[in-house]
Design a protein around this ligand. Structure first.
Ligand code: UDX
Ligand code: UDX
Length: 435
């Protein structure tokens, strides 16, 4: 099938590359010319495991092309996926102006039937607005359909998630649209949920909001464990054995970040409010996520007494491992909080440092974790990269001024760390893991 991707970012690129990998002809469009130039050379402007190889393979096999104008996608592809970003407005609502611009541009170039599919996370009724916008410019409704096909990709495992979805959600308003999308996903074995557009839009927002709520819940419980001497890993393990709860997304830490949870929750809450349904739980989830970061900063400040001119080594900057994405990363608020108390920060992250350098000028960047630990008064783990779990803690301790370790993602074993002589602080940790 001939596919057009409009907006070649974290989601659009993975979607385009995977559809090409599955044998489709794909044209990826982006209005950022720099990105397109890079992509034409098979160089992804983002880090996502396996993406570079998949791009190069499919460019070579002439199944994947890049362009900067939407009309090139409309001309050559029957199914057009809208994957442009939907950033949060001041009031938390999703800014859909890019979605609207793209819809207009598609309408202006419509000559024959096209299926326009919203893949970006959008509030319910966006599909309706896309339809209205296109119809204003191109009144012949036989020339297009709008559908919703939300993505559930996790950064760092996006290719795996695309090729092995738990479910495929298709929100359609015509038999023709349903048939086309079923054909496109025919090779997948995952359950196919074919519903209306509004339900598909809400499935996405509600799923993300529920996952973030689960994380916020376990984070508050981790603070209770700290206060009472219980152990969060054992609590989460005991909870997760209940299949109604499940072990996933019960990892306590310094809070959730990324370009989805924070903005999708805010957008969902605003949309509910506009629909006359107050969604206070989500406001509380967002507030408690902010509290979690402040709690971590307080932990550091309590342990070090004064932070002024103290050097703190930071391991991990990206919002989660296996990505270079710094959007809404908890490390941003935490480093800002520590710098406000005049601490000196030296940091290392395997992938995110180039992006972080555009945010923090006053951070010293290290070539590896050991250099980040050199002459520090304390070390803080903010992202649970695998390589940090394998660090030689004896060597780390020798490099530091003081053996004070703040484990924001609970990657080390408290007993082991303490046996090595560290003053070890984590998020609700007390004992050795039970399994
Ligand atoms: C985006 C949405 O923000 C997210 O809500 C949705 O779930 C998936 O798509 P992401 O891919 O992470 O997420 O956004 P981003 O990496 O910013 O990619 C968007 C791309 O669209 C950028 O490359 C941007 O240059 C491009 N774009 C934006 C256009 O090509 N045209 C526009 O008008 C606006
Ligand atoms: C999320 C959803 O998982 C995905 O389905 C949706 O399509 C996009 O948003 P993503 O934001 O890429 O994916 O990463 P995810 O793995 O969900 O982590 C989000 C944040 O939650 C990260 O900051 C991570 O550190 C945090 N997290 C996750 C926890 O703190 N604890 C957990 O147990 C899981």
């Amino acid at each position: 099938m001939k596919i057009g991707i409009i907006g070649s970012g974290y989601v659009g690129l993975v979607t385009g590359a995977c559809f090409a990998h599955l044998g489709n002809q794909v044209i990826c469009v982006d209005n950022n010319l720099e990105k397109i130039t890079l992509l034409k050379k098979g160089k992804p402007p983002i880090y996502e495991p396996g993406l570079e190889e998949m791009l190069q393979e499919n460019i070579k096999r002439k199944r994947l092309f890049f362009a900067s104008r939407i009309e090139q996608a409309v001309k050559n592809a029957e199914v057009l996926f809208i994957c442009v970003n939907t950033p949060p407005k001041e009031n938390g609502e999703a800014d859909l102006s890019y979605v609207e611009n793209v819809s207009r541009e598609i309408a202006r170039n419509l000559k024959e039937y096209r299926l326009i599919v919203e893949k970006s996370t959008v509030p319910v009724q966006t599909g309706e607005w896309i339809h209205k916008t296109i119809k204003l410019i191109q009144p012949r409704e036989s020339l297009f359909d709008v559908a919703s096909n939300p993505e559930f990709l996790r950064e760092g495992s996006a290719i795996h998630d695309f090729l092995n979805p738990d479910r495929i959600i298709l929100g359609v308003s015509s038999a023709r649209a349903g048939k086309l999308l079923r054909q496109l996903y025919a090779s997948f074995s995952a359950p196919l949920v074919v519903t209306d557009i509004k339900s598909a839009e809400i499935i996405k927002h509600a799923s993300n909001s529920f996952l973030a709520t689960k994380i916020a819940f376990i984070n508050v419980v981790s603070r209770i464990c700290d206060a009472t001497g219980a152990d969060i890993e054992n609590v989460a393990y005991g909870m997760g054995l209940d299949p109604r709860i499940g072990p996933g997304f019960l990892k306590a830490g310094i809070g959730f970040g990324g370009f989805c949870f924070p903005k999708d929750l805010a957008a969902f809450e605003r949309m509910a409010e506009k629909a006359g349904v107050p969604f206070g739980i989500l406001r509380e989830v967002l507030n408690s996520n902010e509290e979690q970061k402040k709690y971590f900063i307080q932990k550091v400040s309590n342990a070090l007494w004064n932070l002024r001119n103290k050097t703190i080594g930071v391991l991990g900057l990206s919002f989660k491992p296996n990505t270079d994405d710094m959007r809404f990363a908890p490390s941003i608020d935490i480093i800002q909080g520590l710098q406000r108390e005049e601490a000196l920060i030296q940091a290392y992250d395997p992938q995110a440092m180039p992006k972080c350098k555009t945010i923090f000028k006053k951070v010293k960047y290290a070539k590896d974790a050991y250099q980040a630990a050199e002459h520090t008064d304390a070390l803080a783990v903010l992202t649970e990269w695998d390589e940090f779990k394998k660090l030689d803690l004896k060597r780390i301790k020798k490099l530091m001024r003081n053996p004070i370790l703040f484990d924001g993602r609970n990657i080390f074993d408290p007993a082991e760390a303490r046996k090595l002589g560290f003053h070890y602080y984590a998020m609700g940790r007390k004992l050795r893991r039970t399994r």
